[in-house]
Write a protein that binds this ligand. Structure first.
Ligand SMILES: [Zn+2]
Length: 141
């Protein structure tokens, strides 16, 4: 997890969008498919120290916590830094957003997708990417 985060930050610092995208895809797949523990407070603190809060990785962390965190996730080891304020602010905003959806539709959105973090130029580009992803998934069986 830590290496992936550092690689992503490296890609951001040196302006390598393909590396960033590759890291995001891997990160998402690890969380979504392998049911791994969420990044801890140290990881989150590191990410928010180096990246803008609007960065796709920051957004992904917020969404991942919103969907998969449980009380144990928030355990902070003694002497270690807690979660950055900006992360907590975005997280509460995200929870509120989800609650509003539940309120309106009587059900929560069931999932979020990797394309939410690809910074696609528009709906068409996003749909093409999702189509490509679907085809890749089909080939893998
Ligand atoms: Zn995409």
């Amino acid at each position: 997890m830590e290496n992936l985060i550092n690689l992503y930050i490296f890609g951001d610092e040196y302006g390598i969008p393909e590396l960033r995208k590759c890291c995001l895809n891997t990160f998402f797949a690890i969380l979504d498919e392998f049911n791994t523990d969420l990044p801890n407070s140290l990881h989150v603190d590191h990410v928010f120290m180096y990246l803008r809060p609007t960065d796709p990785l920051c957004q992904l962390l917020v969404d991942a916590y919103c969907y998969w965190a449980n009380p144990a996730t928030y355990t902070i080891k003694e002497g270690k830094p807690g979660y950055p304020i900006e992360f907590l602010r975005l997280l509460s905003e995200r929870y509120a957003q989800q609650l509003r959806k539940v309120d309106r539709n009587f059900q929560a959105r069931s999932a979020f997708g990797i394309c939410d973090y690809h910074e696609h130029g528009g709906v068409v580009e996003k749909q093409e990417c999702q189509k490509k992803k679907g085809e890749e998934r089909g080939r893998r069986g």
